[in-house]
Design a protein around this ligand. Structure first.
Ligand code: PLP
Length: 463
């Protein structure tokens, strides 16, 4: 097992409450040291996804905004009408970007701010389940997902009791088989799902075709724009080849778009947009008789920090359309330049027709051998399986000078290495979120080992 707790030798380990409080400056000093070391890893521009903005000044600006409201509970609106301003305007700006004003006549576009992509997806599933029960009498709901849809949908099916029907994708285009979706609709289908774009390959399902099916069968269609929702619209506007996936399509009834990804907001925020208020109401919870008082909340969370809303709002209004367009242009240009690097290497195969996030595989060798060498060079890609592939989600840190060139050099070396690797079995593999260096045990999906790893992420080491 790898060392999941490298700080044990450097700092005191709190196995219980310290008897005496420590001076703030000392505590901040420790925090600064760890943050500094960990930030150094991705600031090279060699880390796929996750650090979407990378601008330390922007982070400082959001921290200031967060600090003013971090202690505020957004559930107590009588004390913080500012939260209504932040939340309402974050949703309005997201709806505007996703062309909600062009939704079919009679629509009532709205949204909610959640803690991230997973919560937006879970919330959407719950809303569709409630809607299907109330308006269509469905008690054993199903949802039809592309096999490439984010795993959060499976989690939602698990948590809220929906049967998951996985539609296959075309191995060449990586797009969902729309005929399969169409032929698997039953009177229990509560929702269809498409991705714009999917996590694995960065490709965009044929949302127009899914929309037509949704209209024909009068079923909701959720578009997962958690990853792409805050960048693809700018790409379309800039003239890149991005198909329409938003509320301009008459069958699209909800879209998730993460402000904590390409909205460049603080981690812990996403927007779930609905075409109609009646769908959002499925998320409202009211209990009138509780001894603690009549309770009502708009979503899954109870207390929420006003700081996240303030910092997200600050990010959006400080960027504005011109800021988002400027950064999107750099990201798309960089991604296409990196894709050209992949296309120039005959042993590698670019998957489908991606945009800002792309994936590649090989028929000549196990792509994880390439990854082994790239990891030595400080690259951190996301690993896929069925088939083995690597993905690079291009963010602002990659748009720095020199990153495309070092990608070109290192990838060529990675390919040469993979043809003659040091060991037969690659030492890296397909684990979402990555693994600490040297942890090969978790590459074999043995449940006991995975449980140990998850435990190790949450427990202090023994003394
Ligand atoms: C397409 C897509 N959907 C959903 C999610 C889940 O988002 P989160 O990690 O914020 O919960 C991701 C995360 O990368 C994603 O890429």
């Amino acid at each position: 097992m790898a060392d999941y707790y490298p700080y044990a030798n450097r700092y005191p380990v709190n196995r219980g409450m310290p008897e005496k409080g420590r001076p703030r400056e000392e505590v901040l000093g420790e925090l600064r040291e760890m943050a500094h070391d960990e930030d150094g890893f991705w600031q090279t521009g060699r880390c796929s996804g996750t650090m979407y903005c990378g601008d330390m000044e922007h982070y400082g600006f959001m921290t200031e905004a967060f600090g003013m409201y971090s202690h505020v509970n957004a559930l107590q609106r009588d004390m913080c009408p500012s939260a209504t301003r932040f939340e309402g305007e974050i949703i309005a700006m997201t709806l505007d970007m996703l062309h909600a004003s062009q939704a079919p006549e009679g629509s009532s576009p709205c949204g909610s701010v959640t803690s991230g992509g997973t919560e937006s997806i879970l919330s959407a599933i719950l809303a569709y389940r409630e809607f299907a029960r109330e308006h269509r009498g469905i008690t054993q709901p199903q949802m039809i997902l592309p096999e490439t849809a984010h795993v959060a949908f499976e989690k939602g099916g698990h948590l809220f009791g929906l049967e998951v029907i996985r539609a296959p994708v075309d191995p060449e285009t990586t797009l969902v088989d729309v005929d399969f979706v169409k032929s698997h609709i039953t009177d229990r289908t509560a929702l269809l799902v498409g991705s714009a774009c999917n996590y694995g390959y960065g490709t965009i399902d044929a949302i127009d075709e899914l929309s037509a099916i949704a209209v024909q069968h009068d079923i909701g269609l959720h578009v997962d724009g958690c990853l792409g929702g805050w960048i693809l619209p700018w790409g379309e506007e800039l003239g890149f080849d991005i198909p329409v996936f938003d509320f301009r399509l008459p069958g699209v009834t909800s879209i998730s778009a993460d402000t904590h990804k390409y909205g460049y907001g603080p981690k812990g925020s996403s927007v779930l947009c609905y075409r109609d208020k009646k769908l959002r109401q499925g998320l409202y919870f009211m209990q009138q008789e509780w001894s603690g008082g009549k309770y009502l909340s708009p979503g899954i969370a109870g207390s929420r920090s006003g700081g996240i809303l303030a910092a997200t709002w600050a990010s959006l209004v400080s960027m504005g359309r011109d800021g988002y367009l400027r950064y999107a242009k750099k990201i798309f240009d960089t991604s296409y330049a990196m894709q050209d690097v992949v296309k120039d290497l005959p042993e590698l195969k670019l998957m489908g027709k991606p945009a800002f996030c792309f994936s590649f595989r090989s028929d000549a060798f196990d792509i994880y051998h390439v990854n082994d060498l790239m990891r030595e060079r400080g690259w951190r890609f996301n690993g896929q399986q069925h088939p083995n592939a690597l993905h690079m989600c291009v963010t602002r840190p990659q748009t720095q000078d020199g990153v495309v060139e070092s990608f070109k050099n290192d990838l060529a070396e990675g390919v040469a290495y993979a043809k003659n690797p040091k060991q037969e079995k690659a030492t890296t593999g397909a684990v979402y979120g990555g693994l600490p260096k040297g942890d090969t045990a978790a590459l074999e999906f043995v449940e006991g080992l995975m449980v140990k790893m998850l435990d190790a992420h949450q427990d202090v080491p023994d003394a």
